[in-house]
Ligand binder design. Structure first.
Ligand SMILES: Nc1ncnc2c1ncn2[C@@H]1O[C@H](COP(=O)(O)OP(=O)(O)O)[C@@H](O)[C@H]1O
Ligand SMILES: [Mg+2]
Length: 374
């Protein structure tokens, strides 16, 4: 996909931005705190994903403003489409339109406009909590297969319900027998999530290994694995996601109910899954150096982009926020080799840190104003 035009106003410090990006490289230059990341974020919210820097709706509107507007037109393999997102301090809720038709929530955007963002925070995928890795895998897998979002949302809602019932059983408000009703439903939805994670991680691991070898000149190995506490590797090979798998998940939930009832919380299943990242066989979270962590995170994101392109007719739009300046020449080359057929937005403070072959449109950002260099 290619963004052909973006109009943004009142999003954080951005005023009256109207740009027509280059179909390939867009270099966004400016000193710190001028609005470069805000520009990417204002386009990112149109993917239907949460802000990549954790901002919430109320943070989007300029401190001294009343409303914000972000709109892009983009070309996919079929046609030109338009998405707009408006938010106002006075009116409740947001107004999101796809091709001028109002849609209900951001989740319907997820299947329309696809982006991959690289930020310095990506290291958290490696060194952060297991939840960070699960979220990364869930989001990346959902990009390939949007129905996964439905199963993820349902599983989370059902697990919350189950936890609420556990607490009610503890306080005597519910009977233990009520849990089975929830367990049956959790087992079905969560089995889907487990198999989805297994499938995606298997694919990701192959690509990551290859890319990491390229980065390290063949000296180091990166492997990504999925550890479920319900299904063994053998179960994943022998079963498919169907009644047998649901029964197994259900029985694991039931087996652990006594323990869950001590804490009022579900300790079995997808909420406890671990995605392991190993370098040369050692757990990267505990043993990798800063440099290895950065490279591993970069490789995981590049692998995500590569898998997406291999499985869909589209290329995602790529945002490289403050990451190129930190990479040495060989790593920059690897990145550009993978994103060469995609539309890319690169933010940096200083263009001299970029490889000379990266040429496209240059946009200068100063105090929330964006101007194209001609
Ligand atoms: N809601 C807001 N209203 C106005 N300005 C904001 C808001 N949120 C953040 N900012 C400003 O945006 C700037 C940071 O922009 P950012 O895009 O992160 O900078 P950078 O160019 O370094 O990427 C800061 O000056 C910050 O004060
Ligand atoms: Mg920034």
């Amino acid at each position: 996909m290619i963004i052909t035009c973006a109009d943004i106003d009142g999003f954080k410090n951005l005023h009256n931005v109207c740009i027509s990006p280059d179909p390939q490289y867009n270099i966004i230059i400016g000193r710190n705190a001028q609005g470069k990341t805000n520009l990417l974020e204002a386009m990112w919210i149109l993917t239907g994903c949460k802000s990549f820097r954790g901002s919430r709706d109320k943070d989007f509107i300029a401190h001294d403003g009343k409303a914000m507007h972000s709109q892009i037109s983009f070309r996919d393999f079929r046609r030109v489409q338009k998405i707009s997102f408006d938010l106002s301090k006075t009116q409740a809720g947001r107004s999101i339109c796809v091709n001028d038709v109002k849609v209900k929530g951001t989740s319907s955007l997820f299947d329309i406009f696809k982006c991959i963002v690289f930020t310095p925070d990506d290291s958290e995928i490696i060194k952060g909590s297991p939840e960070k890795r699960r979220n990364f895998i869930d989001m990346a897998a959902s990009q390939l297969n949007p129905i996964s979002v439905v199963h993820l949302t349902r599983s989370n809602a059902l697990l919350n319900q189950r936890n609420a019932v556990l607490k009610n059983v503890i306080t005597g408000l519910s009977k233990r027998s009520e849990l089975s009703v929830w367990d049956k439903q959790v087992a079905k939805e969560a089995s889907f999530v487990s198999f989805m994670r297994y499938d995606y991680v298997s694919k990701l691991s192959c690509v990551c290994n290859q890319l990491y070898r390229n980065i390290t000149g063949g000296c180091e190995e990166l492997s990504v694995g999925y550890r479920s506490n319900v299904f063994s590797q053998q179960d994943f090979s022998n079963l498919h996601c169907g009644p047998e798998a649901y029964d197994l998940y259900f029985s694991k939930l039931q087996e652990n109910t006594d323990y869950d009832l001590k804490f009022g919380y579900t300790h079995t299943g997808i909420g406890r899954d671990e995605i392991t990242v190993r370098i040369n066989g050692y757990n990267a979270k505990d043993f990798a150096s800063q440099g290895q962590i950065k490279s591993a995170a970069l490789v995981m994101k590049l692998a995500q982009a590569q898998l997406y392109c291999a499985q869909s007719r589209e290329t995602p739009v790529v945002f490289l926020d403050d990451v190129m300046g930190e990479l040495d020449e060989s790593r920059q080359k690897l990145v550009f080799d993978i994103v060469k057929n995609m539309q890319v937005f690169i933010t940096c403070c200083n263009e001299s840190a970029l490889l000379p072959e990266i040429n496209g449109k240059i946009f200068r950002v100063a105090d929330g104003l964006v101007s194209e260099e001609v």
